[in-house]
Design a binder for this molecule. Structure first.
Ligand code: ASP
Ligand code: MG
Length: 411
């Protein structure tokens, strides 16, 4: 007998029929003798609908009232799911975030969980009930309703699992797991049996949107085994866990992530003196523009070219800032390109294997793809390339690192 925290996302509870299907699933787990705590999202589209109502009144609505508004989406789902469970003879009880007492700080619309009061949940479980908790919401010390940021129900699920010391936190969603790369780009992409928290964090922050990044961070910190599975079809999904927690030998590279929406800017011919990087990037950060890859190199004439990437939406604003900075610094010129993309290979196996980066560069060279920038971390190598080569790059790397589905084995 195990304790599972199961989180069902918006599409999994998108209609009354789907809520009934979730109730069937939960009943199945109860019948096997498991304890189940469920965290749910709002029905799909509901949070967006609520936000647009607010925006019809005010472009920047008050954040406290925004939380009062958007937290209602999840409150609908918890009640409906409990009704569906009761109808099946499964006794169940719903809780809003503040009824549980999911205590958060007071940063409305992006609150952080500080503590979870588990006593009521535990006594319900002891009484044989299923507990259904509204995702995405909490309460601050003064009793104000707070929300955790878009996609925050994942974090609720993980935090409940950590507080209750659950055996597993299962995230039910509309895909059947985490893939080696986006199957829409590489049709031979494979579902991963297992991936580490660190790898998942890299994949998630690089645009693989299966899980909210904060939820993965939280799960990693508290070592909550996390499983992503489909609520529409049976299957083992993907287990996200600590390194080394596996019986099979891990591949060197677990996945390929990519980001299309990038742009790069270069300040050319900057005098090579202390303080230049800060003079360039200071005004960029004051303009609230996030910088990703940064490369600086010294030329023979004692000037330097300073290049960095930003989100494509920030390209024009960044260019305007740089034109000013460049004049102040006496740099030669500012050049840029907003048709670039970033491709990254991710894998903890990189730590113990040499030659991973050069294998990546070989594969790209074989396709004649020019690498414009390179950056690395312990478990990741990223390259910036022209966007038009993105799909070719991802496909050839997927093959080079032996990640293609083995189609000699028919299913
Ligand atoms: N309903 C919230 C949202 O749409 C939270 C969630 O679904 O995780 O962002
Ligand atoms: Mg979601």
């Amino acid at each position: 007998m195990a304790l599972f925290v199961q989180k069902y996302g918006g599409t999994s509870v998108g209609t009354v029929d789907r809520i009934e299907a979730v109730a069937d699933k939960v009943r199945g787990f109860k019948q096997q003798g498991h304890d189940v705590v469920v965290a749910v999202s709002a029905m799909s589209g509901e949070t967006n609908r609520l936000i647009s109502l607010a925006k019809d009144i005010q472009s920047k609505p008050n954040a406290r009232e925004m939380d009062v508004l958007v937290s209602t989406g999840e409150q609908v789902t918890i009640a409906l799911l409990c009704m569906a469970l009761e109808k099946r003879g499964v006794s169940a009880r719903s809780y809003t975030g503040s009824q549980v007492k999911i205590l958060t700080d007071s940063s409305h619309t992006k609150a952080r969980i500080q503590d979870i009061e588990v006593s009521s949940i535990k006594s319900d479980l002891e009484a044989g009930r299923v507990v259904v908790v509204a995702g995405f919401q909490g309460v601050d010390l003064d009793g104000n309703i707070t929300t955790l940021g878009r996609g925050g129900s994942d974090t609720t699920g993980v935090a409940l699992a950590a507080a209750l010391k659950a055996d597993e936190c299962q995230i039910y969603t509309d895909v059947d797991g985490v893939y080696t790369t986006d199957p829409r780009v590489v049709s031979s992409a494979k579902r991963l049996e297992q991936i580490t928290f660190e790898e998942m964090l890299e994949m998630a922050s690089l645009g693989s949107k299966v899980l909210q990044i904060r939820a993965v961070e939280f799960a990693g910190k508290y070592k909550v085994p996390l499983r992503v599975l489909s609520s529409f079809e049976e299957g083992p999904g993907t287990l996200i866990t600590v390194e080394g927690d596996s019986t099979v030998e891990k591949p060197v590279i677990s996945g390929i992530a990519f980001n299309r929406d990038e742009a790069k800017l270069t300040v050319m011919g900057v005098p090579d003196v202390p303080g230049v990087a800060s003079k360039i990037l200071g005004p960029i950060s004051q303009a609230n523009i996030e910088v990703d890859v940064i490369v600086q190199n010294v030329a023979a004439d004692n000037t330097t070219d300073f290049t960095f990437t930003v989100h494509r939406n920030d390209y024009d604003a960044a260019e305007a800032v740089l034109e000013k900075v460049s004049a102040e610094l006496g740099a030669r010129e500012v050049v840029g390109d907003n048709q670039i993309a970033k491709v990254s290979i991710v894998g903890v196996g990189m730590r113990s294997h040499a030659g991973v980066a050069s294998k990546m560069f070989d594969a790209l060279a074989a396709e004649n793809i020019n690498i414009q920038m390179i950056s690395t971390s312990e478990i990741k190598v990223s390259v910036v390339i022209a966007e038009k080569y993105l799909e070719l790059a991802v496909r050839s790397l997927h093959t080079a690192f032996d990640m293609d589905v083995d189609d000699s084995v028919s299913e």
